[in-house]
Design a protein around this ligand. Structure first.
Ligand code: PMP
Length: 431
């Protein structure tokens, strides 16, 4: 296969004409497809149908006799804390189960830090002249939205193979008191698919931080979302923090949003006793108690950790073929052409694709003009600014295979089209 760089001018122009013709054919099909957000498809939601009616009318008491229909129990019911403490590898008294959204827990924790400060804050963050957060990028746009909303300055941190660039993280955390924390998606990261290595986890736990109230927001959203039968292993950060003498450094977040029903799942946060006791008092001001009936339903539905693992294998069986199809089409359309690189994730919800620098926005505009909506270019970076304008987040789970095929063939074509336009421009040729 000839690379663009290796084509002579007439070959390049001829190639371009044929790409434009293919693109026009796509446009004439009037597609209306959306693969912009990582949401489960209906077949995945069907897997949890049993959660709707798994409680009998007289099944409302939790293990400690609490009537789950009533107010109370801010920390969650014991059996839910027990079950999900196993998932997060913490002890049951180090976890709070509450609400339906881990993003809400993260937002509210950050808002509390800004309004009142954390247990070890000398000053609420909102009263400081400047507060900064380290943001490994490409990352999760909604983390960045929380920072932006609360006026927290974001510092993008590039990714290395095994996690964020730890030399830079250590340097910034040690040098600057206004650096108050870091957002991490440590397993099957959104969107890179990376799982942090043991060394990265240990360095995060042990590194000196100038801010006494420095926090790691450990968003372990995809901890059980494996795509293969060889799950990635992530070191236990809470234990690492305790060992390093920084027991209060981390808050761990997770939810069953993409396990059962997004919007009707369980959200959870785990941390040291100091952090969870403080947080319970804070949450008590906000609510008289979470939806304990939903907690009971989820526990009854899964029964135990093996039940959760079994359920997740069923998810993988539905979505793995979609990931495989995306990777096949990328390889068939772009393999060896040196126009893009992409991740081959072992879990999670995304494939991260990098075009040549300066192409992502144009590619997404082109797919959109032909009826395929992708995550906006730049969304995976703080302030929506991808410094190299090259990252595209692909979310394969929702569309049916036939639609995914069309969308991906169009994307591969648009990447080649935009790269060819760029090459023509570089040579001063009309495009
Ligand atoms: N964290 C990450 C990394 C996510 O990708 C998502 C969902 N896309 C969430 C959190 C949202 O979780 P929840 O539904 O629990 O708010």
């Amino acid at each position: 296969m000839t690379k663009l760089k290796e084509m002579n001018n007439p070959e390049l122009q001829e190639h371009y004409t044929s790409l434009v013709r293919n693109y026009e054919t796509f446009q004439s099909q009037k597609l209306a497809l959306n693969m912009s957000r990582g949401v489960p498809c209906p077949e995945q939601l069907d897997l949890s149908a049993g959660i709707i009616d798994c409680l009998q009318v007289n099944d409302y008491k939790s293990a400690n006799g609490t009537d789950c229909r009533n107010y109370g129990g801010v920390e969650g019911i014991p059996e839910a804390r027990e079950l999900f403490s196993q998932v997060l590898e913490v002890s049951p008294n180090e976890i709070i189960i509450g609400g339906n959204s881990s993003l809400t827990l993260m937002h509210d924790l950050m808002a509390r830090a800004v309004l009142r400060g954390l247990p070890d804050s000398a000053t609420p963050w909102g009263k400081l002249p400047q507060v900064k957060f380290l943001c490994p990028s490409p990352g999760y746009d909604r983390h960045f939205a929380i920072c932006e909303y609360l006026g927290i300055e974001m510092i993008p941190i590039p990714y290395r193979e095994n996690g964020p660039d730890m030399d830079l993280v250590e340097q910034l955390a040690a040098a600057d008191e206004s650096v108050k924390g870091i957002f991490c998606v440590p397993k099957y990261s959104n969107p890179t698919g990376i799982t942090y290595s043991d060394a990265v986890v240990e360095r995060l736990a042990a590194m000196p931080a100038k801010a006494a109230d420095f926090r790691i927001f450990w968003d372990n959203a995809y901890t059980i979302h494996h795509l293969t039968d060889k799950p990635a292993q992530l070191a236990d950060i809470l234990t690492a923090c305790k060992k390093a003498g920084n027991p209060d450094r981390v808050f761990i977040f997770c939810s069953t949003s993409k396990v059962t029903f997004p919007g009707s799942g369980l959200a959870m946060v785990a941390a040291s006793g100091t952090n969870t006791n403080w947080l319970k008092k804070q949450i008590n001001i906000q609510t008289i108690g979470p939806d304990k009936m939903n907690q009971l339903r989820q526990v009854r539905f899964f029964k135990d950790q093996a039940g959760i693992e079994d359920h997740m294998r069923k998810h993988a069986a539905i979505i793995k073929p979609k990931f495989d199809l995306v990777l096949e089409i990328l390889e068939a359309g772009l393999g060896g052409k040196e126009l893009a690189t992409w991740s081959k994730p072992q879990g999670g919800y995304f494939i991260s694709l990098d075009t040549l620098p300066g192409c992502a926005k144009k590619v997404i505009a082109k797919t959109s003009s032909a009826g395929v909506a992708l995550t906006p270019a730049g969304a995976t970076f703080p302030y929506g600014k991808d410094p190299e304008d090259k990252n595209i987040r692909l979310a394969p789970t929702f569309p049916p295979l036939a639609e995914l095929k069309q969308a991906m063939e169009l994307l591969a074509l648009c990447i080649e089209l935009v790269s060819t336009e760029q090459e023509l421009k570089k040579r001063g040729l009309p495009g």
